[in-house]
Design a protein around this ligand. Structure first.
Ligand code: BTN
Length: 329
């Protein structure tokens, strides 16, 4: 059962272009008019901006900058992305929560977002530092009707979404390190973790985790990461609004996902290659078995890494880490 407070916020949000009288609110919520008034004062204390005009009623004119289900949905103009948003103050990992929800049949486009993760997960079983209100820690549930072997394309798609959003908010040059690290000035600002549940030829669901470092200062980053990681604030000296960035990512994600479903991967691939870090240059490729240097040739139609070896052969690689080095190394 939805709380009276949330019902009140929703009523105000649905009627944002008109005043809604205390009388109507009290009838709809089944509480007294003085209780409506008290709730309004509580909302104001929480940073909601509410205009009250005698004889007309109340109107909401602004939501607090803090992240919540309501503030994220306020003004979110999407067809399916983020129609269900679950916000946690603290959680172990939004990925874990989303796997549980997926098994309970939650729908495509559901979003779980947390202020803080105690056990944030990165790729290759690494930890992902997710300090409170310092970044975007969210997972998106996708139920694409594509073959499981094409799932890596969605990871690359997500990387282009982050690159596009960060580029649209800042003047910075954003690059994507294969497959999906987002770099600014060669330091990682965001990462993507894609986890899939599939059966033979069919994807049951994908949990696509997005982590973006936004408000960390140098001291907020763990020592061992300081030379390799950064945040939007460190790069721009600006206080970013996390809520606004989440909304922009959700809108851009939906748009790009629809483009992908309608027109296939080729446009996404081109966009990815536009942001691709070290394309055409020599890189170090590290797989579980070996390490070698080759030229980063581009990405294949299925999202794999293409490298050109010294014998001019083009090799397709599905699982590896890439690194770079000084040419005299
Ligand atoms: C990486 O680059 O290694 C991927 C990092 C992914 C981090 C995000 S934060 C939200 C979601 N929940 C997690 O535990 N991990 C992902």
């Amino acid at each position: 059962m939805e709380s009276t407070r949330n019902q009140l916020i929703n009523l105000l949000a649905e009627n944002k272009h008109q005043y809604i009288s205390g009388q109507i609110l009290s009838e709809k919520l089944n509480i007294s008019r003085s209780a409506v008034w008290k709730h309004m004062n509580e909302l104001k204390k929480d940073g909601y901006s509410i205009e009250g005009v005698p004889k007309k009623g109340y109107r909401i004119i602004g939501f607090p900058a803090k992240v919540s289900e309501n503030t994220l949905q306020w003004g979110l103009n999407t067809k399916w992305m983020g129609h269900t948003i679950i916000h946690k103050k603290t959680t172990s990992s939004t990925q874990l929560i989303m796997h549980e929800l997926a098994l309970e049949n939650q729908k495509h486009g559901t979003v779980v977002v947390a202020d803080k993760q105690l056990n944030g997960k990165g790729r290759m079983n690494r930890a992902w530092f997710s300090a409170e209100n310092k970044g975007i820690w969210m997972s998106i549930l996708l139920r694409p009707s594509i073959s499981p072997h094409l799932a890596p394309q969605l990871t690359l798609l997500a990387a282009t979404v982050l690159a596009e959003v960060i580029s649209s908010f800042t003047e910075l040059k954003v690059q994507i390190k294969w497959p999906n690290d987002i770099l600014i000035n060669r330091k990682k600002v965001a990462g993507i973790l894609t986890e899939m549940q599939a059966e033979q030829d069919q994807i049951q669901y994908i949990v696509l985790g997005i982590g973006v470092n936004i408000l960390q200062e140098k001291d907020d980053l763990p020592h061992e990461l300081r030379s390799k990681a950064t945040s939007l604030k460190l790069e721009t000296s600006t206080e970013w609004d996390i809520r606004e960035l989440i909304q922009a990512i959700l809108v851009q994600f939906e748009k790009t996902y629809e483009l992908y479903m309608d027109a296939g991967f080729s446009k996404i691939k081109r966009l990815w290659e536009y942001y691709g870090f070290k394309i055409g240059e020599r890189i170090l490729i590290k797989t579980l078995k070996e390490e070698w240097k080759a030229i980063f040739y581009g990405i294949a139609e299925d999202g794999a890494l293409l490298v050109k070896n010294t014998d001019d052969s083009i090799e397709k690689i599905y699982s590896a880490e890439i690194d770079w080095f000084e040419e005299n190394e």
